[in-house]
Ligand binder design. Sequence first.
Ligand code: FE2
Length: 398
Amino acid sequence: MSKQSVQDTQLVEDTGIKNLRKRISFLEKEVLRFKKLLDIGQAFQSEMDIDNLLPLIIEQTSDSIGADRCSVFVYNPEKGILWTRVAQNSKPIVIPFGQGIAGWVLENHEPLIISDAYADPRFDQSVDAKTGYHTNSIAALPLLNRRGKAIGVFEAINKTNGEAFDDSDIDFLSAVSAQIAAAIENAMLYTQLLKTFESFLDVMAFTIDAKHPVARGHSRRVAIYSRGIAKEMGLAQESVDKIYWAALLHDYGKISVPDSILQKAGKLTDDEYEQIKRHALMTYRILSRIHFAQHLRDIPLIASEHHERWDGKGYPFGKKDEQIPLGARIIALADVFDALTSFREYHSPMTFAEARDEVISMSGKSFDPRVVDAFKKYYDKELDPYKLRKTLWKSMGK
Ligand SMILES: [Fe+2]
């Protein structure tokens, strides 16, 4: 073989090895990305709380495609804005609909790769001006819901190797975005359902208070006091919420008591008093007809036992101490504290301090001593009339 032929063969071999190395390096990257995608998929399975989930996902995604920062924008059609539900290394950003790259992607339902942001007229430079960041390259994709409607945008900014994003990045982002869109849509549906449920219970409480005008706001105040005591006892948030809702509805059974008895200014006859007492059982019967989620299922029981006493002298069952659900023991105290400090047909209101002492004097008789201790702490922290007024206004959404 001539010297030239040997050199040619060598060249072909070198080129082949070079190409092979390139191919291996490409495949290694793809395997790593695929593995990352599996990790991300696993995160979607194991983390249900979207506020914990999204930061985790965008961290892993920006790692995988080599982006400096990633953001998830969510579209709010009522306000006509896109806002960052999660923004990596950045303060929250709000963009009017149709503006900037994210606005364009949302409107056109198309992914976009931009290698030089400042050369693209769709790029909104004002965001950089506000944040002091410099955007070079961008990859952006619409987040599509099950019906193919864009509900937000996933945006990756500045490839860390200085190059532009490419189609393989878009492929990766498409797979992640589909899961993010599903998670966001589920979270939105859940929030809507929760709001509907809460407003429904709120209306129920308002209705019962309207039936007894002198007790206006009673259910809401009892709910707020009960929540304060429950928190002070260190209960889990789920239990605190449950006790709040039970307290809000504790008197719902009064719907069955004639107005002439409920609003009677003079002394009640024995028979009338018996009719009033029946409201506790009626609360149970009515609330049992509501479908509560599993973790709220004992709301009817908690709400209906708010007239039981620690010493067993209450009603409707005469249960005592820990036979009574803790939530009901808390509501019992909150109910009496509010009755003492409010105007009623049969008494003028006590001051908060007088009612506090009265309630403390009933420890171990009407009330669970542990609940009384928590109430004392809650009272010292929260129950000055100014703070309370603020809490009540806030709870009414004002
Ligand atoms: Fe009651």
